[in-house]
Write a protein that binds this ligand. Structure first.
Ligand SMILES: *[C@@H]1O[C@H](CO)[C@@H](O)[C@H](O)[C@H]1NC(C)=O
Ligand SMILES: *[C@@H]1O[C@H](CO)[C@@H](O)[C@H](O)[C@H]1NC(C)=O
Ligand SMILES: *[C@@H]1O[C@H](CO)[C@@H](O)[C@H](O)[C@H]1NC(C)=O
Length: 475
């Protein structure tokens, strides 16, 4: 307002300024609302905006009944940050563009007509600068929230695991950079010392039973295909074709998904994309659901083996926590302070985190999403934009708890059989506290959790993933 007042001496100029100020503002509002529906291609900080102030040591201590607990260890599994699209989407969108560009006559789609494909044409899916930022910030916030646990500790007390892909390694490096920055102020840059472990992070490529029955089995994701050609998608196709002024049979409903994904990728890269202008918010919700169906039946609760195959990761996490507890128990004399792993960080994929959620029983809707129940699923738990965006993360914090004698009644204090110390766990998903399935409270006994998941923790990967497939037609 005041800017317009000041400039009112020259009315022509004011108009120009007002328009050029308002247009981007309007655009950015639209963009902000649709950016929440990009499924697993959603930018992390848009769906989980970081707090303005991260409280130092926020996660470091908790009071549970008469026990005072201090963080003793933390394990976190993170998906890589925002990345470039894969080759298939990059090539498909060019084909779609070729199909439609000469038929676009309406001025409104000038930008789309002139659009050029600027994505890299390899299939490297490398991390974007945005993805790097997501992990720098995540590393900073974690270090700050658990500062007392991590500060002044030796690098040997930290463990960083990455997969064989550039995007997880660079996410790890970015996280490490933010982590050190927050703990020690500005430091010279240096890459972290990481372990490469596809066994724990890309188990989906090694589990034959998963590969045969789910990953390479189109029937396993039939709900996805059914919804893709169903009435909600056909309706969008009609709307989009009519907006563009093109015949309805020029595009297929599967093309809509590629256009939606490219709208997402370009929004992450350039804050806007002409492809987005083809859809309204309702369309985005439908396209998000289509993506959710794919993940639900490929990386989620849709098939039991999907969760079970995460056993190497679950085993690794719990073994590390067992070792930490054992070290704390034996560390009676202060001599042996070489210690144990305080921070255990894994950098993986949607194919890592989705199965882990599933194995732990998280986001398991009582009514499974299908092609026919879109309307009933508006408040589903399994919404990938929220649970599996880029840089999605799950963190377990192990607490060492001691009885706080001041909080005891006289008879409690006199009871010689009472526990004086115990280990407790808390779960944070995308930085929000969540109940661990099977626990009544947010803070849960470690032994209780361990017992609930013991089958997974002590599983035999080759056994659970063994797939005796004797092709029927080979008799
Ligand atoms: C493919 O998936 C369907 C549905 O889950 C299942 O019934 C079928 O046995 C699977 N096929 C193979 C080869 O495992
Ligand atoms: C998910 O829920 C279904 C039914 O509600 C149940 O049968 C299944 O065991 C659950 N999965 C996990 C891993 O808890
Ligand atoms: C795991 O199972 C495989 C085959 O099912 C078996 O050969 C192997 O000895 C088992 N490993 C352990 C550690 O029990």
């Amino acid at each position: 307002m005041s800017a317009a007042m000041k400039l009112s001496i020259s009315p022509g100029r004011v108009n120009f300024l007002v328009i050029s100020l308002l247009v981007p503002l309007h655009l950015s509002l639209t963009t902000a609302s649709i950016q929440r529906y990009f499924g697993s291609k959603t930018a992390y900080e848009l769906i989980h905006p970081p707090p303005e102030i991260v409280i130092e040591d926020e996660f470091n201590s908790v009071q549970v009944g008469t026990f005072s607990c201090l963080a003793a260890h933390s394990s976190a599994v993170m998906r890589h940050g925002a990345r470039y699209p894969g080759l298939e989407d990059v090539e498909t969108i060019s084909k779609i563009h070729n199909e439609i560009k000469d038929k676009l006559t309406i001025d409104k789609f000038q930008q789309l007509k002139e659009w050029t494909n600027s994505f890299p044409r390899n299939d490297d899916k490398i991390l974007m600068a945005l993805g790097e930022d997501e992990h720098i910030h995540l590393g900073q916030r974690t270090a700050r929230r658990l500062r007392s646990l991590f500060v002044d500790e030796d690098v040997e007390n930290f463990r960083f695991l990455v997969s064989s892909k550039q995007r997880t390694q660079e996410s790890g490096n970015a996280y490490y950079e933010g982590f050190l920055q927050a703990l020690m102020g500005d430091t010279e840059e240096g890459d972290m010392d990481s372990e490469l472990s596809d066994e724990t992070l890309r188990f989906h490529e090694r589990c034959q039973k998963y590969i045969r029955t789910v990953d390479k089995n189109e029937t396993a994701i039939k709900e996805f295909y059914k919804f893709r050609s169903g009435k909600e998608m056909t309706n969008i196709l009609k709307k989009v074709s009519s907006k563009l002024g093109i015949p309805e049979n020029l595009l297929k409903t599967e093309n809509l998904r590629t256009m939606y994904l490219v709208c997402g990728y370009e929004t992450a890269l350039y804050q806007s994309s002409p492809w987005c202008s083809l859809f309204d918010e309702e369309d985005f919700k439908v396209l998000e659901y289509l993506s959710d169906l794919k993940h639900y039946y490929k990386n989620g609760p849709g098939h039991k083996i999907t969760g079970v195959q995460s056993c190497p990761l679950v085993t690794d996490i719990f073994t590390t926590m067992d070792d930490a507890i054992e070290a704390m128990e034996t560390e009676v004399d202060e001599e042996d302070l070489n210690g144990y792993i305080l921070g255990n960080f894994y950098f993986g994929h949607a194919e890592t985190l989705g199965p882990l959620y599933t194995a732990l029983g998280l986001f398991n809707d009582t009514l499974p999403p299908t092609a026919d129940n879109y309307q009933q699923q508006s408040s589903r738990l399994f919404r990938t934009s929220e649970i599996l965006p880029f840089s999605a993360n799950l963190m377990l914090i192990l607490y060492e708890c001691d009885q706080n004698d001041e909080l005891l009644t006289e008879s409690e204090a006199a009871d010689e059989t009472r526990e004086t110390s115990q280990y407790m766990l808390r779960l944070y998903v995308n930085e929000k506290l969540m109940k661990i399935p099977g626990c009544e409270d947010f803070t849960c006994l470690y032994s209780h959790v361990r017992k609930r998941f013991v089958d997974l923790i002590s599983c035999n990967f080759s056994q659970v993933c063994d797939h005796n497939d004797r092709p029927r037609d080979e008799l």
